[in-house]
Design a protein around this ligand. Sequence first.
Ligand code: UDP
Length: 330
Amino acid sequence: MAERVLVTGGAGYIGSHACKALAGAGYIPVTFDNFVTGWREAVQFGPMEEGDLRDRARLEEVMRKHEPVAVMHFAALSNVGEASRDPGLYWDNNVIGSLRLVEAMAACKIPNLVFSSTCATYGEHDGVMLDESCPQLPLNAYGASKRAVEDLIVNFAAAPDVDLNYVFFRYFNVAGADPEAEIGEFHRPETHLIPLALDAVRGRRDKLTIFGQDYPTPDGTCVRDYVHVTDLIAAHVLGLEHLRAGKGSDVFNLGTGRGFSVREVVEAVAKVTQEPVPAEDGPRRAGDCAALVSGSVKAADELGWAPDHSSLDEMISTAWAWHQRPGYKA
Ligand code: UDP
């Protein structure tokens, strides 16, 4: 019988891609989602259990019902602007929710946890390429909430009576969509660069605003390291296998090591769509670092991860196909 993996946030952008990949790898992905930012239509690859992470009794009920061999924990609020305006929301949802999840895992004796963390936990390091040993000095409440969750998981894993092993993946900028366009990136409101640029091309919004032109980067706009969601999720399956092989807890950056400026991304969107991207220069966005680029090859070396689909062209063209599919709603 196929083994089950509990996927918190399985109805979200990254979580739904994880469910598809887990199903492809022979697991049954069980989505646990409160549908605040997730989409019921995205749950296509296994059972769906509605619930909120802060409801420990509900979590334990679902864990006892499905007896998962592992948890992949994606459920979180992830909007930096919102986090800066309302930090309590992020500490409550992301940190308290994760605490309840880990308590429930300990109570139900589920020993493997793959956690979706972020390069936002590092903060600004003056353009240094970031590896896993960089100090974590987050600039905003989103990054702070993710760092706090890492800390609490480490504490539980060290507790003598808890059998818990974890893999943390610190994501850089996730982009692209399922190559079959069954699922893709969809946020309401949308705040991410590539989907916003595609919306501007399609006339679903007037124009894209480029946030800040005076950063200490080659063209003055922010530089980010973009990774295809398909590659990102492939690492999660490798991380799960790493844990199940008893190789122990670990932390991995997931980025390609190549940075692109906002202007370079906008140019690539114009090239892929063969349409101009209506765009205007605007002020900096609060909480943004000038550059976030991974300087680590640890995931490649230790997990055998190869981000083969993370060219800008492939990320934008799969996202574009998803945006153009019939029934796309914005
Ligand atoms: N960005 C922008 N205009 C937008 C949205 C984003 O110029 O409407 C910039 C943003 O300042 C950042 C980069 O695009 O430098 C990527 O932002 P996104 O929100 O996609 O991801 P983040 O880096 O915040 O995780």
